[in-house]
Design a protein around this ligand. Structure first.
Ligand SMILES: NC(=O)c1ccc[n+]([C@@H]2O[C@H](COP(=O)([O-])OP(=O)(O)OC[C@H]3O[C@@H](n4cnc5c(N)ncnc54)[C@H](OP(=O)(O)O)[C@@H]3O)[C@@H](O)[C@H]2O)c1
Ligand SMILES: *[C@@H]1O[C@H](CO)[C@@H](O)[C@H](O)[C@H]1NC(C)=O
Length: 293
């Protein structure tokens, strides 16, 4: 199974690439110059890296997360890197009033918005489902409902600018990865909501693009700490991941797959044989390293 996973999945990805991969229109960094962008979950991980890329591209940035001290540092670095402007609002997305506060801040400072990057997640455990329904409810608020609320408040400005919404999801939002039931549920919810909304925008001639990001295992500090003792394989770099997300958002693509071959291979296998995909995923887990909590 290990060999299958290493050889078969990338091979499938390659085949799929030939069929489905139309070369994306050329991305130019100038596409982001002077654009007004909100990034959530920007105090660490992929969100922080997206802020740095956008700063280099000379965008205006509004960052948000809970830790004010970290946000201050990220904002400073963004200004050093060349951001047209950079500021932050700190707070928790468990707090149902925060989405409106963040969007209002963009409205008051910029009078508009070009790109909304939704990326934050609340803390998830990596283990067998423990029956804690309260945790699932809270996670739906943080990982899903706050995305809906941010989108709702930002939509008038995005319609005006013919802007873009970027939703950071996961392979766990496309197939039920074990030990991640609550997290996986929130990511499936995002796919359902935003895929439906995209369809409505087309019907309604609303020119706001929606890009859903389907990510594999990325080397952010939190992800590595929580899952590296169980998952085989090397995580992909967060810097490149962040750049691919920004490119796809700017190019108004429907989905971005990163790392591309691995994710596309899994998506194709899911369509052909979901049972085989499930067993491949299970074979990639070191079950003996899971301590039941
Ligand atoms: N890393 C991976 O392997 C991987 C794989 C697939 C998908 N993804 C997706 O990629 C995105 C970023 O992941 P990451 O690995 O970069 O995560 P991360 O490093 O843990 O970053 C999460 C961000 O969300 C913020 N956050 C946490 N709780 C919050 C709350 N209650 N309210 C508001 N903000 C909160 C954190 O900052 P504070 O603590 O300061 O609030 C941080 O800025 C997520 O959507 C994740 O699902 C990651
Ligand atoms: C939608 O908006 C984008 C970005 O402003 C623009 O390039 C494109 O031509 C627009 N499409 C339509 C159908 O108006």
């Amino acid at each position: 199974m290990g060999l299958l996973l290493k050889v078969f999945i990338p091979l499938l990805g390659l085949v799929l690439a030939y069929y489905f991969y139309s070369a994306p229109a050329n991305f130019h960094e100038e596409m982001l110059r002077g654009k007004r962008v909100i990034v959530t979950g920007a105090s660490s991980g992929i969100g922080e890296q997206m802020a740095y890329h956008l700063a280099r591209m000379e965008a205006h940035l509004l960052l948000t997360a809970r830790r004010e001290a970290k946000l201050q540092k990220v904002v400073e670095r963004c200004l050093e890197l060349g951001a047209a402007s950079a500021r932050y609002v700190s707070g928790s997305m468990e707090d149902t009033t925060l989405p409106e506060v963040v969007v209002k801040e963009a409205e008051n400072t910029w009078g508009g918005l070009d790109m909304l990057i939704l990326n934050h997640i609340g803390h998830s455990y990596f283990n067998y489902f423990n029956g804690d329904v309260g945790h699932v409810r809270k996670l739906l608020e943080t990982n899903f409902l706050s995305y809906v609320a941010m989108t709702t408040y930002a939509l008038p400005m995005l319609k005006e600018s013919e802007g873009s919404i970027v939703v950071v999801s996961s392979m766990a939002g496309k197939t039920g990865a074990p030990l991640l039931a609550p997290y996986s549920a929130t990511k499936f919810a995002l796919d359902g909501f935003f895929s439906s909304l995209r369809n409505e925008f087309t019907m309604d001639k609303v020119n706001v693009s929606i890009t859903v990001c389907v990510l594999g295992y990325i080397n952010t500090e939190n992800a590595v700490r929580v899952i590296s003792h169980v998952i085989h394989g090397k995580p992909s770099p967060k810097e490149e991941c962040a750049l691919e997300i920004i490119k796809s958002g700017a190019l108004r693509q429907r989905e971005v797959h990163y790392p591309p071959w691995e994710v596309r291979g899994m998506l194709l296998l899911r369509a052909i044989s979901p049972e085989l995909l499930d067993s491949l995923i299970r074979s990639n887990y070191n079950v003996e390293n899971i301590r039941r909590t």
